[in-house]
Ligand binder design. Structure first.
Ligand SMILES: NC(=O)c1ccc[n+]([C@@H]2O[C@H](COP(=O)([O-])OP(=O)(O)OC[C@H]3O[C@@H](n4cnc5c(N)ncnc54)[C@H](OP(=O)(O)O)[C@@H]3O)[C@@H](O)[C@H]2O)c1
Length: 219
C-alpha cells in the first residue's frame, strides 16, 4: 500500500487514476481546489483536502506524509504556461519538506507533443494542430525540460506522456511502453483508453521503473 497525494483528482485522467489506485488498495488523498465541489460519484478517496498545485507551499502541505505525489493537473482553457508553473511548484514544494524523511516521489501526467514519431519529426511538428493545442503541447514540453534539470537524488520524478489520442473507454489492463518515441499500432495509430493510462500510471507508482525520465504508453 502506497500513500498517494493526487492533484487533478476531479479531472478526466485524475478520476481514473483515483479509481485505479483505490481498487489496488492504495491510500489516496485527493487534493482539489474546492472540496465542496468534489462529486461523490468520483469519490471513495481516503481523504479530500484543499490544495493548489501552482503554489509550492500548498504542494508541501498536501505532500507531507505521502510517498508519491501525482499531478494530473490541466490548465483547461487557462494559460498553458501554468503547466510549467505546476512542475516547478511540485518540485519546489516537495524539496521544501527537507531531508528528515524521504522526499515523496513526483509523477506528472505530461503531453504527447514532445514525443518523436516513427517517421522522425516530433508530434508537435506534424501539420494540422490548432494554435491552442500547439501551445499546450509546447508548455508540456517546457515542463518536461524543467523536470529534466531535477536530479533524482533530490526528487525522484517521472513524467508519463499519453498516446497521441487518449479517451475514456475500456480497462484492458494492457498497454505497450515507450520512452521518448510515440508508440503506434500496426495501423500507425497512437491510442490509449484513459482507464489503461491510469493502469500504467499506478503500475509506475508501484514499480518506480522510470525515475528521472519520461515514458509513454499506448495500446
Ligand atoms: N495526448 C495528450 O498529450 C493529452 C491528452 C489529454 C490530456 N493530456 C494532459 O493530461 C493532463 C490532464 O488532462 P485531463 O483531460 O484529465 O484534464 P481535466 O479534465 O481538465 O482536469 C484538470 C484537473 O486539474 C485540476 N486543476 C486545475 N487547476 C488546478 C490548481 N491550480 N490546483 C490543483 N488542481 C487544479 C482541475 O480541478 P478543478 O476540479 O478544480 O477544476 C482538474 O481536476 C493535462 O495536463 C492535459 O494537458 C494530454
Amino acid at each position: 500500500m502506497t500513500k498517494i497525494a493526487l492533484f487533478g483528482a476531479t479531472g478526466t485522467i485524475g478520476t481514473r487514476v483515483l479509481h485505479e489506485a483505490l481498487r489496488r488498495g492504495h491510500e489516496v488523498t485527493a487534493v482539489v481546489r474546492d472540496p465542496a465541489r468534489f462529486p461523490d460519484s468520483a469519490g471513495g478517496a481516503t481523504a479530500v483536502v484543499r490544495g493548489d498545485v501552482l503554489d509550492p507551499a500548498s504542494v508541501a502541505e498536501a505532500a507531507a506524509g505521502h510517498e508519491v505525489v501525482v499531478s494530473a493537473f490541466g490548465p483547461g482553457s487557462g494559460d498553458p504556461a501554468a503547466l510549467v508553473t505546476a512542475a516547478r511548484s511540485l518540485i519546489g514544494g516537495v524539496r521544501s519538506l527537507g531531508t528528515d524523511a524521504p522526499a515523496p516521489r513526483v509523477v506528472v501526467v505530461g503531453g504527447a507533443g514532445s514525443l518523436r514519431t516513427p517517421g522522425g519529426p516530433m508530434v508537435w511538428d506534424e501539420a494540422g494542430f490548432p494554435a491552442p493545442v500547439l501551445a499546450l503541447m509546447h508548455a508540456h514540453g517546457d515542463a518536461l525540460d524543467f523536470l529534466r534539470t531535477v536530479p533524482v537524488e533530490e526528487v525522484r520524478w517521472t513524467c508519463l506522456s499519453p498516446a497521441a489520442q487518449i479517451a475514456p473507454g475500456e480497462r484492458t489492463g494492457t498497454y505497450r511502453l515507450g520512452l521518448d518515441g510515440l508508440v503506434v499500432d500496426e495501423e500507425g495509430r497512437s491510442r490509449i483508453s484513459t482507464e489503461d493510462f491510469a493502469v500504467a500510471l499506478v503500475d509506475e507508482i508501484e514499480r518506480d521503473a522510470h525515475a528521472g525520465r519520461r515514458f509513454t504508453v499506448a495500446h
